[in-house]
Design a protein around this ligand. Structure first.
Ligand code: ADP
Ligand code: MG
Length: 261
């Protein structure tokens, strides 16, 4: 069964339609990128899937279960996770402690009790940090880690909830170019290994075209193009409307930093 099915979503703010008749699917183990200029409706679509926003109409199903109009916490419990920035309060704690907290919170949500708190979930936390490539830094306080490594801790925290679908809003924002590719590769391999579907937004077109399995292009609330990275890059409408600046920047002898908004 398809993991995520989004059908004919519509959402207007006052007179502005932020999402118009949006339909797409995400399968297990794949990365689907949602791209488009500012104001295209990326966050709106994301927030409807995560439950932060209710659509005016349309359907969202996870594993065949309707998740639309449910509160975010219920949607999270059903298997939709998202990455969050580690709050300032927690940066003095170690990477392991942060992931332990996330694991305890997930166990509490599942069993309704703080049942496993005594176990502290240390082994599981260590295993997750291992998985994201942070075995060596797990006992360091998060505040002392490099930015790219903090992003890895955030990924481990999101995985602690054992999501079926992971929503990531600009996972590589603020990272150095080399680090971005590595983080995207990690996300691709984790998604495949664990059969997690990933829906992400991203300004960095290199990250999108190198790592997404499929790309959805939103303009003014509408999906104007969709397909594999190669198909989307070749789409004349996309090249004209949206990627023109990107392609132009790449071929004009720039340093390839184009694609940002
Ligand atoms: P993106 O994430 O692609 O930049 P958004 O989904 O944030 O786009 O916004 C899509 C459109 O909806 C924009 O025109 C934006 O101004 C409008 N919009 C988004 N959120 C709200 C809101 N809470 N209230 C009013 N208008 C909003
Ligand atoms: Mg946005």
């Amino acid at each position: 069964m398809t993991l995520l099915v989004v059908k004919n979503l519509h959402k207007a703010f006052g007179g502005v339609a932020a999402a118009r008749d949006i339909s797409f699917e995400v399968e297990r183990g794949e990365l689907v990128a949602l791209i488009g200029p500012n104001g295209a409706g990326k966050s709106t679509t994301f927030n409807i899937v995560g439950g932060q926003l209710a659509p005016d109409r349309g359907a969202v199903e996870l594993d065949g279960v309707s998740i639309v109009h449910k509160p975010p916490r219920a949607i999270w419990r059903l298997g939709v996770g998202r990455t969050f920035q580690i709050a300032q309060t927690f940066v003095s704690m170690t990477a392991t402690e942060n992931v332990q907290m996330a694991l305890q919170s997930a166990a509490t949500a599942t069993f309704g009790l703080w049942r496993s708190a005594h176990a502290l979930k240390r082994d599981e936390a260590v295993a997750l940090l291992d998985l994201v490539g942070l075995a060596d830094s797990r006992d360091r306080s998060v505040g002392t880690l490099a930015y790219g490594d903090i992003k890895r801790v955030e990924l481990a925290i999101a995985l602690a909830g054992a999501p079926k679908l992971l929503l990531m809003d600009e996972p590589t924002a603020g990272m150095a170019r080399g680090e971005r590719g590595k983080l995207m590769q990690l996300i691709v391999s984790l998604a495949r290994q664990r059969g997690v579907g990933v829906l992400f937004t991203e300004h960095d077109m290199d990250a999108v075209f190198a790592h997404a399995s499929r790309v959805l292009v939103l303009v003014r609330g509408e999906i104007v193009a969709r397909g594999t990275p190669a198909e989307v890059q070749a789409d004349p409408l996309v090249r004209r409307m949206y990627l023109g600046t990107y392609v132009g920047a790449r071929t004009a002898g720039g340093d390839g930093a184009g694609g940002g908004a």
